[in-house]
Design a protein around this ligand. Structure first.
Ligand SMILES: NC(=O)c1ccc[n+]([C@@H]2O[C@H](COP(=O)([O-])OP(=O)(O)OC[C@H]3O[C@@H](n4cnc5c(N)ncnc54)[C@H](OP(=O)(O)O)[C@@H]3O)[C@@H](O)[C@H]2O)c1
Length: 240
């Protein structure tokens, strides 16, 4: 059984998979969750081939029951949680007059509500890790859109601004218990999510998922006294 354990949402692709790779390299047992089972299985196969201990849970994280199922599977497998990565997210563009309620709800439910519910469901495990070594870590994926807003991606940007606010609150509430909370706010990262813009911003001008993974590796190694509430990854010329 690994000495430390992590749970990563949206780990079948892009940033989540890059973070899961880093956590595996650092010796963490991993629970990985994402929506489509076939895609998640491919990622899990890769992680297990590297010798990492991986619990695989396909789940739609817009559902409270599914979130509870993911946390229960993690608890049963590892019995502890040192690092929680709330990474799963979606963005659906629309001009304000054309916003479709169902799509707005999906973004609010996955990008924000799921993070709130993961914290609630994991609070006891995170507190136990914080009490043990004072260095439990929660990483929440925000976006540069949450720092400065985004035309036609306004619902997405609002959810990401809320993730930053939520992370600030969690630091105020939980930091004294040895739990560090960090919001990551990248500009365009070269993943399937940014495919829509690659005609205008080429992939080689984007931040890499590995850059974000390395930021998480750094956060694992900082001392409990080093609280970094937010990291903004800005590409050259990208406005906040
Ligand atoms: N790429 C960027 O430019 C960028 C910039 C700033 C912030 N971010 C943020 O970074 C995070 C990761 O994005 P990414 O670029 O790595 O995107 P990605 O490659 O599209 O990966 C998104 C992940 O979330 C999962 N997911 C989507 N809907 C889900 C649902 N309802 N339930 C469970 N899992 C679900 C996906 O699984 P399925 O594929 O099976 O749906 C996938 O594993 C997101 O929060 C995003 O907002 C991305």
């Amino acid at each position: 059984m690994p000495e430390r354990a992590a749970l990563v949402t949206g780990a079948s692709s892009g940033i989540g998979l890059a973070i899961a790779r880093v956590l595996g390299e650092e010796g963490y047992g991993l629970t990985v969750a994402a929506r489509r089972p076939e895609k998640l299985s491919v990622a899990v196969e890769e992680l297990r081939a590297k010798g990492y201990e991986v619990e695989e849970v396909a789940a739609n994280l817009t559902s409270e029951e599914e979130i509870q199922r993911v946390v229960a599977a993690h608890r049963n497998r590892f019995g502890r949680l040192d690092v929680l990565v709330n990474n799963a997210g979606v963005g659906v563009g629309a001009p304000v007059a054309d916003i479709v309620t169902k799509r707005a709800d999906m973004q609010l439910d996955l990008n924000l509500r799921a993070i709130i519910l993961f914290y609630r469901e994991c609070a006891d495990l995170l507190r136990a890790a914080g009490a043990e070594h004072r260095n439990a870590l929660v990483v929440n994926l925000a976006s540069i859109a949450g720092k400065g807003g985004a035309a036609w991606l306004s619902v997405y940007a609002a959810t990401k601004a809320a993730v930053i606010g939520w992370t600030q609150s969690m630091n105020k509430e939980l930091n004294g218990e040895g739990i560090k909370n960090v919001a990551l706010a990248p500009g365009f990262v070269d993943t399937p999510m940014s495919d829509f813009v690659k005609e205008h911003v080429s992939a080689d001008k984007m931040i890499t998922p590995e850059d974000i993974g390395e930021a998480v590796r750094y956060l694992l190694k900082t001392s409990p006294a080093c609280v970094i509430p937010e990291i903004v990854f800005q590409r050259p010329g990208e406005a906040l």
